[in-house]
Design a protein around this ligand. Structure first.
Ligand code: NAD
Ligand code: UGA
Length: 461
């Protein structure tokens, strides 16, 4: 009987997942720990560290009752009957597998900490996205202690998307739990099934062997990203031929075998996971000698890079082959709407491309702070920070960002951009006033009637 659940890692996954689980399981105590003190402080305050619609209400209902946040990793490991590992697994930036493999050092550290501090039996749950067969390494570390406690390792990948995390958790299409198929493994799976079954119908909880579960997560992300790259590839062909990518997406999406979701053409997918997980899949395929399979999936990322640079190049070529000294307004910096997350956002790469061509960029995003934007640019290491700060600025007003601009680029699909006073924006811009809609959210006809020169991804002239 599970009475205490611990989660190591209070990020975009650990925080919302545990908050919803706590709300639905009032009889279980949840303790979420992180090494990042300021993140924990924020989880305990009215200003949560992540922006996610509906999350604050959920946290408020459970926090202080059966949901607790702290930096006491040791204490939380000792008290947890079930311990979720929900730490980051970024792409490795060094050594073997650099640029492709997932960096598992944070996960390994968690396993070592659990092995060191646990003094009774635990169920350890992989919540982070991990390469298939990681559970084997975790088991090895846990069993190497030889000082008594027994461990069961489960895989329970998370499928929530940022911006809709609470909704996705509350009404999950499915929950996936993988574990050993022996008596102890199946018993551990059942304990986790019970936790989810507090609100997810049993038929939507899928149980598998542990390797299938690990691999299903990478596969799901690869398939989702592949759809975006596929429609983005077609967007380039639409522009060349006069077809309209939205009409094509609608026409193919009504085929029930294809389905309408995830066919929105864009400036390119971003986010912390799609690229990282596909590169990880590519690395795994190469590791197992499956070179053709690796090349196949790698193309999804190649096409995404093409889409981002194609958008940047379109801005430059349209502005008479140079943006040097010109002001470009960016509407949006986050990788999608309804999140303050900027990891791998297309904006970062398009900004870099335009800054290389000496543009001045003014950014407006309703949730991203300026400091974060500079951190994103710094990570690219393209130019000194002073130059980034001179040429890239953020304002907290969309009209200010667009004032005197030669062009506007819509980078994120925030709803509020649709209802801006576009006549006012046009009146205050340099002419010709160019507008590049990288998200297909604006009314092209209306904007053209105002006087804008509009380019929309996937739509010819
Ligand atoms: P994140 O960076 O937001 O959060 C990870 C947290 O773990 C950080 O706050 C970090 O300080 C903490 N941490 C790292 N090592 C620690 C340690 N040893 N002890 C305590 N805390 C530690 O990452 P995230 O976006 O929540 O992603 C976590 C995992 O979930 C990744 O594997 C990711 O691929 C996967 N995932 C993410 C999403 C998403 O939408 N972000 C969705 C599904 C799955
Ligand atoms: C994605 C998956 O959707 C989740 O199921 C998964 O759990 C998560 O990755 C993860 O493993 O981290 P997320 O990256 O948060 O979630 O957001 P998505 O809605 O998938 O969007 C990813 C990117 O694709 C965004 O930049 C978005 O704008 C773009 N996108 C999405 C498109 O360009 N077109 C679409 O049709 C859909």
């Amino acid at each position: 009987m599970i009475k205490n659940i611990t989660c190591i890692g209070a990020g975009y996954v650990g925080g919302p997942t545990m908050a919803v689980m706590a709300l639905k399981n009032p009889h279980i105590k949840f303790h979420v720990v992180d090494i990042n003190q300021s993140r924990i402080d924020a989880w305990m305050s009215d200003e949560l560290p992540i922006y996610e619609p509906g999350l604050f209400e959920v946290v408020q209902q459970a926090r202080g009752k059966n949901l607790f946040f702290s930096t006491d990793v040791e204490g939380a490991i000792k008290e947890g009957d079930m311990i979720f590992i929900s730490v980051n697994t970024p792409t490795k930036k060094y050594g073997i597998g650099k640029g492709r493999a997932a960096d598992l050092k944070y996960v390994e550290l968690c396993a070592r900490q659990i092995a060191e501090y646990a003094d009774d039996d635990k169920i350890v749950v992989e919540k982070s996205t991990l390469p298939v067969r990681t559970a084997q390494s975790i088991k090895k570390i846990l069993s190497a202690t030889g000082h008594g406690p027994k461990f069961q390792v489960l895989s329970n990948p998370e499928f929530l998307a940022e911006g809709t995390a609470v909704e996705d958790l509350m009404q999950a299409d499915r929950v996936l739990i993988g574990g050993d198929q022996d008596e102890a493994g199946l018993a551990a799976i059942e304990e986790l099934v019970k936790v989810y079954n507090a609100w997810i119908p049993r038929e939507r909880i899928i149980t598998t062997n542990i390797w299938s579960s690990e691999l299903s997560k990478l596969t799901a992300n690869a398939f989702l990203a592949q759809r975006i790259s596929s429609i983005n590839a077609i967007s380039a062909l639409c522009e060349a031929t006069g077809a309209d990518v939205e009409e094509v997406a609608h026409a193919i999406g009504t085929d029930s075998r294809i389905g309408p979701k995830f066919l929105k053409s864009s400036v390119g997918f971003g986010g912390s996971c799609f690229q990282k997980d596909i590169l990880n899949l590519v690395y795994l395929c190469e590791f197992f000698g499956l070179h053709e399979v690796a090349r196949y999936w790698e193309q999804v990322v190649t096409m995404n890079d093409y889409q981002k640079s194609r958008f940047g190049s379109k801005i430059i070529s349209t502005l008479f082959n140079t943006v040097s000294g010109k002001k470009i307004a960016f509407l949006g910096w986050a990788f999608k709407k309804d999140t303050n997350d900027t990891r791998e956002s297309a904006s970062i790469y398009v900004a870099d491309q335009l800054l290389n061509d000496e543009a001045s960029i003014s950014v407006y995003d309703p949730q991203v702070p300026e400091q974060q934007m500079y951190l994103d640019m710094e990570e690219l290491e393209t130019r000194p920070m002073e130059v980034n700060k001179q040429r890239l600025t953020m304002t907290d007003d969309a009209y200010e960002a667009c004032k005197d601009a030669h062009a506007i680029a819509v980078m994120t699909e925030w709803d509020e951009f649709k209802t801006l006073d576009w006549q006012r924006i046009y009146d205050n811009m340099k002419k010709p006033a160019f507008l590049f809609d990288g998200r297909l959210i604006l009314d092209r006809k209306k904007l053209s009637d105002i006087g804008f020169e509009v380019y929309t991804i996937g739509k010819g002239k």
